[in-house]
Design a protein around this ligand. Structure first.
Ligand code: ADP
Ligand code: UDP
Length: 254
């Protein structure tokens, strides 16, 4: 069987050459890593759920005018995306103190922040993704001041929209990480949302119990990791309970 050309294999996904120029196929693996890949494991079924969850969230974001790389889902584990020139910055937005932020600033995990805080990290596994400022980003030429303005505006819009969307299904959108890329057409360049949005790169807590429904279950050995990802998909209404036809949309909480 002829196999597509593999472009890249990362920790959670594989990129293949797409069917048309300027496209890629993103394959979602079950592999999980944490603490800069020092902890490794497999979460059975994670790839299928993340493919579905990222598709759903990116489609909803497109509806409000946030440009994304998502084109269409191809199968259970693969989606077609627009190839972009990745900006090597992990953009983190935080609404509630958690994880390394809580540690760094000595704030109790769970404390609501006075306003949403945007942070940038240089995407480099060998260096352990160091936190950087706008100064570093422009000085090293990773992005211009205009790019950063666009990225900040998109990140905050994504945060506002998804905070509301998750709230509607009984989930607190604690924090998340996104990546952006440059899409060129003729002489024009647009910054668009790339990579994925899934429980691998978000913190999602149950609104009533604060139960963690994200990758912290893997990082902190809390168990029931796949079940947590499945619960997020179920609440979003994208996990067919009675077969593929049974897609009802989000189950709004009262
Ligand atoms: P990592 O590289 O951190 O191990 P993944 O396993 O998720 O992460 O690999 C996916 C890779 O694909 C990431 O490096 C990401 O920056 C890159 N990527 C995501 N979307 C696109 C895109 N539309 N075009 C090009 N590269 C992309
Ligand atoms: N995050 C991510 N990839 C990373 C680092 C962080 O997706 O390499 C996400 C993480 O899931 C969380 C948010 O970014 O939703 C903030 O993570 P934090 O900086 O608190 O890091 P951690 O505590 O996970 O080390």
């Amino acid at each position: 069987m002829s196999r597509r050309r593999q472009i890249y294999e990362g920790k959670a996904k594989i990129l293949y050459e797409g069917p048309e120029p300027g496209t890629l196929v993103q394959y979602f693996k079950d592999d999980a890593t944490a603490f800069n890949a020092q902890k490794k494991g497999v979460i059975t079924g994670k790839g299928v759920l993340n493919n579905r969850i990222s598709e759903y969230l990116m489609m909803r974001l497109e509806e409000i005018g946030v440009p994304t790389h998502f084109v269409r889902r191809l199968n259970m584990r693969e989606q077609l995306v627009r190839e972009v020139e990745m900006i090597p910055i992990e953009v983190v937005v935080r609404n509630v103190a958690a994880g390394n932020f809580a540690e760094r600033f000595g704030v109790q995990e769970g404390q609501v922040l006075p306003r949403s805080i945007v942070e940038y990290y240089y995407k480099n596994d060998q260096l352990g993704d160091p936190m950087v400022s706008e100064e570093h980003i422009t000085a090293f030429g990773w992005a211009t001041t205009q790019d950063i303005d666009d990225i900040m505006a998109l990140a905050l819009r994504i945060n506002d929209f998804l905070s509301g969307l998750f709230l509607g299904v009984g989930l607190r959108f604690v924090d998340f990480k996104v990546e952006f890329g440059r899409l060129w057409s003729d002489e024009d360049m647009r910054i668009i949302l790339a990579d994925e949005i899934s429980p691998d790169c978000c913190r999602l807590w149950d609104l009533k119990t604060n139960e963690k429904l994200d990758k912290d279950r893997f990082r902190r050995d809390l168990g029931n990791v796949e079940e947590a990802y499945r619960e997020v998909a179920r609440r979003l209404g994208i996990l067919p309970e009675g077969g593929p036809q049974d897609l009802k949309g989000p189950k709004t909480m009262q």
